[in-house]
Design a protein around this ligand. Structure first.
Ligand code: DX5
Ligand code: ZN
Length: 208
């Protein structure tokens, strides 16, 4: 199991990042919010740049924003391996093409109340599907158990079409909930469970 920690719920973001840098996590998941697509807002890209200075882990940037194109132009200077955009956007295809034109991988996030079929037109050309286990907007929420059936369904859609995308899950993942989804995913995003723990590496190991 690949573990991608999110540091959204951390009090001291820089310190958390420095600690994550010294764990075995395979990527760091960077949450970006515009106060429109979701209620909360994250700081300007310059703050992200500052706090991520010297961090060498690969980054995946989760854009919970309406104007994804603008955020991609701003955040591509952080050199992410992947941008994750939401399937609920109006211009999904255009944004996928923009991200790929920069040689960056595309993840497609699906909110708990969005039908999986909404992602169907894009599944053959993306590198990851990120199934949300909570309604996006903040860390520390409880896992929505309906996600278990959804990830199983996504897994069989992938197998049926021999699609190449990876399946990942974001929101409410801890040492208990991971057991319900682990057969159907090869990576998870986990925020508060890791960064609220004392020993980050121990928390990460418990998810693997
Ligand atoms: C939710 C964010 C998640 C969040 C995960 O809106 O996209 O990445 O930080 O945090 P936990 O694991 O605490 O649900
Ligand atoms: Zn996220």
């Amino acid at each position: 199991m690949l573990v991608y920690p999110s540091y959204l719920s951390s009090q001291n973001r820089r310190l958390t990042l420095e600690k994550l840098e010294n764990t075995s996590c395979e990527r760091i998941h960077v949450d970006v919010m515009d106060g429109k697509f979701v209620e909360n807002t994250t700081p300007d890209v310059s703050i992200f740049k500052e706090e991520l200075k010297g961090i060498t882990k690969p980054l995946e940037i989760h854009l919970m924003v309406n104007d994804a194109k603008k955020y991609i132009e701003d955040f591509k200077e952080l050199n992410p391996v992947m941008f994750i955009i939401h399937v609920e956007l109006k211009n999904v295809k255009e944004v996928i093409d923009l991200i790929h034109s920069y040689g960056i991988q595309v993840g497609l996030a699906i909110n708990p109340n969005t039908k999986l079929s909404k992602a169907a037109p894009y599944l053959k050309e993306i590198e990851q599907v990120l199934l949300m286990g909570v309604n996006p907007g903040m860390g520390g929420q409880e896992f929505i158990y309906g996600t278990v059936n959804r990830v199983r369904e996504l897994y069989s859609i992938k197998a049926g079409h021999q699609y190449k995308f990876d399946i990942s899950i974001d929101g409410g993942i801890n040492d208990n909930t991971i057991g319900k989804v682990r057969l159907f995913t090869n990576s998870v995003v986990s925020g508060s469970y890791i960064v609220k723990g004392k020993d980050f590496e121990k928390q990460i190991e418990s998810l693997r």
